[in-house]
Design a protein around this ligand. Structure first.
Ligand code: ATP
Length: 619
């Protein structure tokens, strides 16, 4: 590529690749483009535009720093005034969750959308009058420079000036591709793997262990020269070991047949690699961005409690609520990191759960077995309750669980262990489980099945199951002292034009509500809780229950008209009920929402529910 190579050449390549069906043709066209238009020194400038989601250099910055203050006041109206913008706006909203945006609030789709809106706001008039005009002559080099300065510009005036230049030098088609680059998803129908492979046979491997596109482009200029396999290094993000999805315990057990297996809770936070290099600590997310904001309040802890000078930990960054003695729901990491930075006092603090260790001292340990890596975790990380935890089958975070709470890491000996662990974990409001081969090594970017993940699949029932709360169960462990789950009932079909008089116990449900929503329901119902004094005094007469002790709630709702309706969704499989009085119960029920708007007597009746089950089973 000379300095003069036009971006329009690249746009033609993009358009061609997008339209072509055949993967091999797409690949060879890309190779021809590199050979014909790029000098080895310019590979990075071109490849970062083709694989924008891997470009760490600007990845964060392109979408960062364009806040609401840069937007026109009536954002919606402006966007709606531009049909193309709206199309793209919707496309992005409905688009695939890309690696870059997944789980990262700094470069979240919404900030991308803000940028898009801004971009169209600025370019709207120009665009409308320039549809179909010839290229504005922008070169690939200029585009790189402009995107860099956009990333580095600190105020609105600077950004506006860069964007104006960009708008002047492009036609509508080029603009479209620039926006796709900024949004990091070109939708070319060619995989990152193919692009890497066509560029250099060792490119993917090198990228996996360095997450550094510039370095890959610089080191692998000569396609005929093979590169010595490189191991991971402290200070360079490495692409994570991934988990393969399985649908149930039996397929998981079959998949890991004959292996030693550990079961772990799937924590719902940010996957973060912590790289400690003496006094320097980095926090790399799945998209290899360095989340320095986690450093406040966390780095000192790592320096003191990771007992080796150089180390890489793999784990999940979560928020620990010390007043509730439990992890907070997903989504508050950034807010808590900011509070720590501002020195604000809070019951909530960042807590890192290390479930793996990848580097110790001066050696990578990813080739050792998980069992050996667990030993290293125990040896080199000193856990601190609610701040820094290690996830190992004996000790570690298990020791910090409250009495009654299920363990969060456990060796499995048979399929029943997997089934039981899964059910308990899901009941405990965790996201699911991870099942790992204890003999396996840790491999960057691998999803071949060394780790499996199992999550309940909630599907919306064909019609809403609106059920009535008839009792409550105290939470064990972390929910101790408060009602954390409900016994819900179905109505016995009432006589025409009357309200139901009896409710039949149906299932126990605890998941689905946020902490605040759960607290609101409990506060509303608390005045009507009545303790169950079995066997002296049975439940209120309008509830029909079995004698099974598993069903017995700790408190009953004094009378149905004081209660609240919940909308429940569930796994498709309803189960015949032995524990509850209704003929069927649900598997992994989940509260979809609280129906404050529905009076108690509009509860679903048993007969309608049975019909629903029969129609969905085809019987
Ligand atoms: P998901 O959206 O289901 O989290 P993903 O594509 O982000 O999936 P996967 O590798 O498929 O990632 O699933 C494993 C993810 O689960 C990890 O990336 C990590 O963030 C999270 N996780 C939570 N607890 C654990 C654990 N104990 N071991 C491994 N990963 C865990």
């Amino acid at each position: 590529m000379t300095d003069e190579t036009k971006f329009s050449v690249m746009v033609s390549l993009f358009e061609w690749i997008q339209k072509t069906k055949y993967p091999t043709k797409k690949r060879s066209k890309f190779r021809k483009f590199l050979d014909a238009f790029c000098k080895p020194d310019d590979y990075f400038s071109a490849i970062r535009l083709i694989l924008p989601s891997l470009d760490r250099e600007e990845g964060l910055l392109w979408t960062q720093g364009v806040g609401a203050r840069h937007l026109p006041r009536r954002r919606t109206r402006h966007v709606q005034g531009v049909p193309d913008a709206l199309r793209l706006f919707n496309w992005r909203k409905g688009g695939a969750k890309t690696g870059v945006n997944a789980g990262n609030s700094l470069s979240s789709p919404s900030s991308g959308t803000l940028f898009l809106t801004l971009f169209y706001w600025l370019g709207k008039q120009v665009l409308q009058s320039r549809q179909g005009m010839s290229s504005g002559g922008l070169t690939i080099k200029e585009l790189n420079d402009l995107l860099d300065s956009l990333a580095l510009s600190e105020n609105r005036a600077e950004k506006t000036s860069v964007l104006s230049t960009l708008i002047k030098k492009t036609n509508a088609q080029e603009m479209k591709w620039i926006i796709m680059i900024i949004l990091k998803d070109l939708k070319l129908g060619i995989s990152e793997k193919s692009i890497f492979h066509e560029f250099h046979p060792d490119a993917e491997d090198l990228f996996n262990v360095t997450c550094d596109l510039k370095l890959v482009c610089e080191k692998l200029k000569d396609r005929s020269q093979r590169h010595k396999r490189q191991d991971i290094e402290v200070g360079k993000a490495v692409r994570p070991q991934l988990a393969m999805r399985v649908s149930d315990a039996h397929s998981a057990w079959k998949k890991l047949h004959g292996k030693d297996v550990v079961l772990e809770c799937k924590f719902d936070g940010d996957r973060i690699q912590i790289h400690k290099n003496g006094p320097e600590v980095h926090y790399f997310s799945r998209n290899f961005l360095d989340h320095s904001e986690y450093g406040h309040g966390m780095s000192d802890l790592i320096i003191q409690n990771v007992l080796v000078d150089r180390c890489i930990l793999d784990g999940e960054m979560l928020v620990w609520d010390s007043s509730l003695n439990r992890f907070a729901e997903f989504g508050s990491n950034q807010e808590i990191a900011k509070a720590a930075k501002d020195g604000l006092d809070s019951d909530r603090q960042l807590c890192y759960v290390a479930f793996d260790i990848l580097y110790v001292g001066d050696t990578s340990v990813i080739h050792q077995s998980l069992r050996e890596r667990h030993d290293l975790l125990r040896k080199f990380v000193r856990p601190l309750k609610g701040r820094l935890e290690i996830l190992v089958p004996d000790g570690g975070l298990n020791d910090h669980r409250l009495p009654g709470e299920p363990p969060c890491s456990l060796i499995a000996y048979n399929v029943n262990d997997v089934e039981r662990f899964f059910e308990e974990t899901v009941k405990n409001r965790d996201e699911g489980i991870i099942i790992k081969d204890l003999g396996s090594k840790w491999e960057p970017s691998d999803r071949s099945g060394k780790w499996l993940k199992m999550k309940p699949e909630y599907i919306q029932a064909a019609s809403d199951l609106d059920v009535l709360i008839i009792g409550g169960y105290y939470g064990s462990g972390r929910h101790g002292g408060e009602v954390a789950q409900f016994l819900v009932g179905l109505a016995e079909l009432p006589a025409p034009n009357t309200y139901p008089r009896r409710f039949i116990s149906f299932c126990r449900v605890g998941t689905g509500l946020s902490d605040d929503e759960l607290a609101a329901v409990v506060t509303k119902l608390k005045p009507y809780f009545r303790k169950y004094e079995y066997p002296k005094k049975g439940p209120p007469s309008f509830y029909h229950v079995t004698n099974n002790s598993k069903e017995r709630p700790d408190v009953w709702i004094e009378s149905p008209e004081k209660s609240i309706i919940l909308s429940i969704t569930s796994d498709i499989r309803t189960i015949s009920s032995e524990v509850f009085a209704a003929p069927y119960s649900l598997r992994f029920p989940r509260i979809d929402r609280v129906r404050y708007d529905k009076p108690w007597h509009e509860c679903l009746d048993v007969q309608s529910f049975v019909e629903l089950v029969h129609s969905s089973n085809g019987t």
